[in-house]
Ligand binder design. Structure first.
Ligand code: F6R
Ligand code: ZN
Length: 194
Protein backbone atom coordinates (compact mmCIF):
# COMPACT_ATOMS: atom_id res chain seq x y z
CA UNK A 1 0.00 0.00 0.00
CA UNK A 2 1.17 3.50 -0.77
CA UNK A 3 1.67 5.27 2.61
CA UNK A 4 0.84 8.60 0.95
CA UNK A 5 -2.46 7.32 -0.41
CA UNK A 6 -5.39 9.67 0.03
CA UNK A 7 -7.92 6.90 -0.57
CA UNK A 8 -9.43 5.28 2.48
CA UNK A 9 -12.11 2.65 2.76
CA UNK A 10 -14.83 4.22 4.87
CA UNK A 11 -16.84 1.49 6.51
CA UNK A 12 -20.52 1.85 7.26
CA UNK A 13 -21.24 -0.92 9.74
CA UNK A 14 -24.83 -1.80 8.91
CA UNK A 15 -25.25 -3.93 12.04
CA UNK A 16 -23.79 -1.60 14.67
CA UNK A 17 -24.65 1.58 12.70
CA UNK A 18 -21.25 3.20 12.96
CA UNK A 19 -18.99 4.84 10.38
CA UNK A 20 -15.22 4.41 10.50
CA UNK A 21 -12.99 6.27 10.06
CA UNK A 22 -14.84 9.44 11.05
CA UNK A 23 -13.38 12.93 11.23
CA UNK A 24 -16.23 14.03 13.49
CA UNK A 25 -18.55 12.21 15.89
CA UNK A 26 -21.18 14.07 17.86
CA UNK A 27 -23.93 13.15 20.31
CA UNK A 28 -26.73 15.63 20.96
CA UNK A 29 -28.71 15.27 24.17
CA UNK A 30 -32.13 16.62 25.06
CA UNK A 31 -30.71 19.34 27.36
CA UNK A 32 -29.03 20.97 24.33
CA UNK A 33 -32.19 20.84 22.23
CA UNK A 34 -34.86 21.73 24.75
CA UNK A 35 -35.68 25.15 23.27
CA UNK A 36 -36.03 23.72 19.75
CA UNK A 37 -39.15 21.78 20.73
CA UNK A 38 -42.54 23.48 20.68
CA UNK A 39 -43.12 22.44 24.30
CA UNK A 40 -39.90 23.01 26.30
CA UNK A 41 -41.84 22.36 29.54
CA UNK A 42 -42.33 18.75 28.38
CA UNK A 43 -38.54 18.56 27.90
CA UNK A 44 -38.09 19.94 31.43
CA UNK A 45 -40.28 17.17 32.80
CA UNK A 46 -38.01 14.53 31.24
CA UNK A 47 -34.85 16.33 32.37
CA UNK A 48 -36.10 16.86 35.92
CA UNK A 49 -36.70 13.11 36.23
CA UNK A 50 -32.91 12.81 36.02
CA UNK A 51 -32.79 11.66 32.39
CA UNK A 52 -30.99 13.47 29.59
CA UNK A 53 -31.39 11.09 26.65
CA UNK A 54 -29.29 11.22 23.50
CA UNK A 55 -31.73 12.48 20.85
CA UNK A 56 -29.37 11.88 17.93
CA UNK A 57 -25.78 11.22 17.03
CA UNK A 58 -23.85 11.51 13.81
CA UNK A 59 -20.57 10.64 12.18
CA UNK A 60 -18.88 12.61 9.42
CA UNK A 61 -15.94 11.84 7.20
CA UNK A 62 -14.22 14.65 5.24
CA UNK A 63 -10.88 14.43 3.46
CA UNK A 64 -10.63 18.22 3.52
CA UNK A 65 -13.21 20.96 4.13
CA UNK A 66 -12.36 22.59 0.80
CA UNK A 67 -14.05 23.33 -2.53
CA UNK A 68 -14.68 20.21 -4.60
CA UNK A 69 -14.61 17.71 -1.74
CA UNK A 70 -17.64 15.91 -0.33
CA UNK A 71 -18.41 15.16 3.29
CA UNK A 72 -20.06 11.81 3.99
CA UNK A 73 -21.97 10.94 7.11
CA UNK A 74 -24.32 8.76 9.08
CA UNK A 75 -27.02 10.05 11.43
CA UNK A 76 -28.88 8.01 14.02
CA UNK A 77 -32.00 9.60 15.56
CA UNK A 78 -33.34 7.74 18.57
CA UNK A 79 -37.06 7.12 19.02
CA UNK A 80 -38.84 9.39 21.45
CA UNK A 81 -41.02 12.43 21.87
CA UNK A 82 -41.06 15.70 23.77
CA UNK A 83 -44.74 16.10 24.55
CA UNK A 84 -46.33 15.18 21.21
CA UNK A 85 -43.35 16.21 19.11
CA UNK A 86 -41.01 13.52 17.82
CA UNK A 87 -37.26 13.51 18.44
CA UNK A 88 -35.49 15.42 15.67
CA UNK A 89 -32.22 17.07 14.67
CA UNK A 90 -31.54 20.71 15.46
CA UNK A 91 -31.67 21.63 11.76
CA UNK A 92 -29.61 24.17 9.85
CA UNK A 93 -28.97 26.03 6.62
CA UNK A 94 -25.63 25.77 4.87
CA UNK A 95 -23.51 28.91 4.73
CA UNK A 96 -23.02 28.40 0.99
CA UNK A 97 -25.98 27.33 -1.16
CA UNK A 98 -25.07 23.64 -1.33
CA UNK A 99 -27.25 20.63 -2.08
CA UNK A 100 -27.27 17.56 0.15
CA UNK A 101 -28.83 14.13 -0.08
CA UNK A 102 -30.05 11.68 2.53
CA UNK A 103 -30.45 7.95 1.99
CA UNK A 104 -32.74 6.14 4.42
CA UNK A 105 -31.09 3.03 5.91
CA UNK A 106 -33.27 1.99 8.81
CA UNK A 107 -36.52 3.03 10.43
CA UNK A 108 -38.79 5.81 9.26
CA UNK A 109 -38.70 9.54 9.41
CA UNK A 110 -39.29 12.82 7.68
CA UNK A 111 -36.87 15.15 5.95
CA UNK A 112 -38.34 18.64 6.34
CA UNK A 113 -36.94 21.47 4.25
CA UNK A 114 -37.59 25.18 4.47
CA UNK A 115 -36.61 28.17 2.34
CA UNK A 116 -35.35 31.34 3.98
CA UNK A 117 -38.72 32.98 3.25
CA UNK A 118 -40.56 30.23 5.12
CA UNK A 119 -41.82 27.89 2.37
CA UNK A 120 -41.67 24.25 3.44
CA UNK A 121 -41.73 20.81 1.87
CA UNK A 122 -41.01 17.31 3.12
CA UNK A 123 -40.34 13.75 2.08
CA UNK A 124 -40.84 10.57 4.08
CA UNK A 125 -37.64 8.57 4.37
CA UNK A 126 -37.53 4.82 4.75
CA UNK A 127 -34.79 2.32 3.90
CA UNK A 128 -33.80 2.82 0.26
CA UNK A 129 -35.54 6.19 -0.17
CA UNK A 130 -33.38 9.17 -1.09
CA UNK A 131 -34.29 12.69 -0.01
CA UNK A 132 -32.75 15.66 -1.79
CA UNK A 133 -32.11 19.02 -0.15
CA UNK A 134 -31.93 21.76 -2.80
CA UNK A 135 -29.24 24.43 -2.38
CA UNK A 136 -30.27 27.24 -0.03
CA UNK A 137 -32.95 25.27 1.84
CA UNK A 138 -32.73 24.63 5.58
CA UNK A 139 -33.25 21.04 6.69
CA UNK A 140 -34.16 18.98 9.70
CA UNK A 141 -34.94 15.27 10.09
CA UNK A 142 -37.50 13.76 12.42
CA UNK A 143 -37.83 10.19 13.68
CA UNK A 144 -41.50 9.23 13.32
CA UNK A 145 -41.00 5.53 14.05
CA UNK A 146 -40.72 3.35 17.13
CA UNK A 147 -37.10 2.30 16.49
CA UNK A 148 -33.93 4.14 15.48
CA UNK A 149 -34.12 6.22 12.30
CA UNK A 150 -30.82 6.00 10.44
CA UNK A 151 -29.70 7.65 7.22
CA UNK A 152 -26.58 8.26 5.17
CA UNK A 153 -25.86 11.77 3.86
CA UNK A 154 -23.43 13.63 1.61
CA UNK A 155 -22.84 17.33 0.95
CA UNK A 156 -20.07 19.61 -0.39
CA UNK A 157 -17.32 19.91 2.24
CA UNK A 158 -16.97 23.68 1.89
CA UNK A 159 -20.71 24.31 2.53
CA UNK A 160 -20.38 25.31 6.21
CA UNK A 161 -23.32 25.26 8.65
CA UNK A 162 -25.52 28.11 9.80
CA UNK A 163 -27.45 27.17 12.94
CA UNK A 164 -28.47 30.75 13.75
CA UNK A 165 -31.57 31.06 11.54
CA UNK A 166 -33.20 27.93 12.97
CA UNK A 167 -32.26 28.90 16.53
CA UNK A 168 -33.81 32.32 16.11
CA UNK A 169 -36.94 31.51 14.09
CA UNK A 170 -37.50 27.75 14.25
CA UNK A 171 -39.18 25.80 11.45
CA UNK A 172 -42.63 26.79 10.16
CA UNK A 173 -43.84 23.18 10.55
CA UNK A 174 -43.44 20.59 13.30
CA UNK A 175 -44.10 16.86 13.30
CA UNK A 176 -46.30 15.59 16.12
CA UNK A 177 -48.08 12.37 17.02
CA UNK A 178 -51.87 12.45 16.80
CA UNK A 179 -53.89 9.29 17.44
CA UNK A 180 -50.69 7.24 17.19
CA UNK A 181 -49.73 8.66 13.78
CA UNK A 182 -47.32 11.41 12.68
CA UNK A 183 -48.86 14.58 11.30
CA UNK A 184 -47.25 17.80 10.13
CA UNK A 185 -48.75 20.95 11.61
CA UNK A 186 -47.93 24.66 11.84
CA UNK A 187 -45.37 25.49 14.49
CA UNK A 188 -47.06 27.78 17.03
CA UNK A 189 -43.63 29.15 17.98
CA UNK A 190 -42.45 29.93 14.42
CA UNK A 191 -41.00 33.43 14.42
CA UNK A 192 -41.86 34.33 10.80
CA UNK A 193 -40.08 34.57 7.51
CA UNK A 194 -36.62 36.12 7.16
C1 F6R B 1 -25.11 17.85 7.38
C2 F6R B 1 -26.51 17.43 7.62
C3 F6R B 1 -26.74 16.25 8.50
C4 F6R B 1 -26.96 16.77 9.91
C5 F6R B 1 -27.06 15.78 10.97
C6 F6R B 1 -27.27 16.50 12.31
O1 F6R B 1 -25.06 19.03 6.65
O2 F6R B 1 -27.46 18.01 7.17
O3 F6R B 1 -25.71 15.48 8.54
O4 F6R B 1 -25.86 17.57 10.23
O5 F6R B 1 -28.11 14.95 10.66
O6 F6R B 1 -28.13 17.58 12.24
P1 F6R B 1 -27.69 19.03 12.73
O7 F6R B 1 -26.41 19.37 12.00
O8 F6R B 1 -28.82 19.93 12.36
O9 F6R B 1 -27.44 18.95 14.20
ZN1 ZN C 1 -26.97 19.87 6.04
Amino acid sequence: MNSESILKAVKLDLKKYTMNPATRKREVRLSELKEYFSNPEAADRILSSGRDPVVYEYYEYSVEEAVGHMTLGLTIIYPGKVGKEYFMTRGHFHQKPAAEFYLGIRGRGILLIQSEDGRTDYVELRPGIIGYVPPGWGHRTINTGRGKFIFFFAYPSDAGHDYGIVKEKGFAKIVVEEKGKPIIVDNPKYAGST
